[in-house]
Design a protein around this ligand. Sequence first.
Ligand code: UGA
Length: 435
Amino acid sequence: MRVAMIGTGYVGLVSGACFADFGHVVTCIDKDPRKIERLERGEIPIFEPGLDDLVARNVREGRLFFTLEGAQAIKDADAVFIAVGTPTRRGDGHADLSYVYAAAEEIAGLIDGFTVVVTKSTVPVGTGDEVEAIIKKVRPDAQFAVVSNPEFLREGAAIEDFKRPDRVVVGTDDERAQAVMRDLYRPLSLNETPIVFTGRRTSELIKYAANAFLAMKITFINEMADLCEKVGADVQSVAKGIGLDKRIGSKFLNAGPGYGGSCFPKDTIALVKTAQQYGAPTRLIETTVEVNTARKKAMATKVADAIGSTDLAGKTIGVLGVTFKPNTDDMRDAPSLDILPALQAMGAKVQAFDPEGAKEAAHMLDGVDFKAGAYEAAEGADALVILTEWDQFRALDLDRLKLLLKAPVVVDLRNVYKPAEMVRHGFTYASIGRG
Ligand code: UGA
C-alpha cells in the first residue's frame, strides 16, 4: 500500500517508519525544511531507541521517503495520515486544531481516486466530522473516507508499542476504509492483535479516555503514597497488593513526582474542556489535573524538608534527570520545569545532569547549571534529587556519591533505591510513599 504521512513529529515519524517496515511505501511530509534536510541525511531529530536504524534500513530498501513537497505522494496514496501537532490552545485549554485543518485543506486539493484520510493526531470528538466537511467543501467530487486511528505509543518504547500493540482502534463506518486499514495493519494479525472497529467519534474518545484513565491511575497511587508516608505504610507494596488483582492491573502504579510529557497533561485538560462544553463534566479528571499540578510544586517542598529549611539561600541542589521520563529527550511538561524553578525561588542554586535532555532543557530552565555526568551534578551539593529514573542512575557508586556531596542527603522521587541500603550508607534519604 502507499501511505502519505503528514507531520514528522514523534507520532508521524515512528508510525511512518513502522508502516514502511511492515512493507508499505511511505512518504513522510513536513513543512519544516531543516527537519526534512536532516531526515534526508539520516539524522533523527528526536531521541527514540531504535528509530535511527529502522529509518535507515527502510530508506535504504526504498520504502521510506521524506519530502517538503508532498503533492505527488498524497495523490498516489491509498491512505493519507494526519499526524500533526495538536497543542493546548493558549488561553482556553482546548486542543489547537489549526494544523489538522490546514492538512485537511491541503489533502482536499490533491485527492485522486478513493483515498482514506486518517487522523492519527490526538483530536477531540467531532474533529473527524470537521475534516470530512473541509474536504467535501473544497472537493465535492472527491472519493474519500475520514477515519480516526489514534496512537497509543509511549515515548522511549514507541517502536515496540507500534509493532506489538495491545490493540489497534479504527473509527469508521465506511467498509472500503475498513478494508484499507485492515491491509495496512495486516502484519499485526500474525500476533493476533485485536483491531477494534468502531464509530469515528467513539474512536476519538477512546484515545482521550485511555490517557485520562492512566493519568488518573498514576494520580491515585501518588495520593496513596502521600497517605503511606503519614501512616507508615509502603506504597510499592500497596501497588503490588492491589495490582495483582487483574481488575486493577499492576502497570502505571509507580508513585512519583507527578505525570508529565507531551500527552497526559495536554489530553486531560482537553478532555475536561470537551466534557464541560457538552455539559457532562468529568470531575474525576478535573481533580486529577488539579492534584497533579499541585503535586509537582509540593515536590520542591519535599526537597526543602529533607534539607531541613525552606530557606535554601546558599544551598546547592544536584538533580539527576530532567526529562519527563527516561529514554527520551522530550522536556514537554516535565515535572522538572515546575520543581527546579520552585527550588530556585527558595534561593537554591541548581546543578543538573540528564543523559539526553540537557540540550533541550538548557533553554527552558534558566540559571540551571548543566553538568557532564551524574557525579559532577552531585559534587558539592547539599542534596541530590533523583527526578527521572534513567537506567544509569540505578546503580550509582554510593560511597563515591557520599564523598562528593557536601551533605549526604538524597531525595529519590522515583523510588530507585532501597531505604535500608541508603541508611546503611549513611545517607539522609527521602523517597515517595515509603513511610
Ligand atoms: C502516554 C501513554 O502512555 C501512551 O499510551 C500514549 O500513546 C501517549 O501518552 C500519547 O498520547 O501519545 P508517554 O507520554 O510517552 O505515553 O509516557 P508515559 O510512559 O505514559 O508516561 C507519562 C508520565 O507518567 C511520565 O511523566 C511518567 O513518569 C509518569 N508515570 C508513568 C508515573 O509517574 N508512574 C507510572 O506508573 C507511569
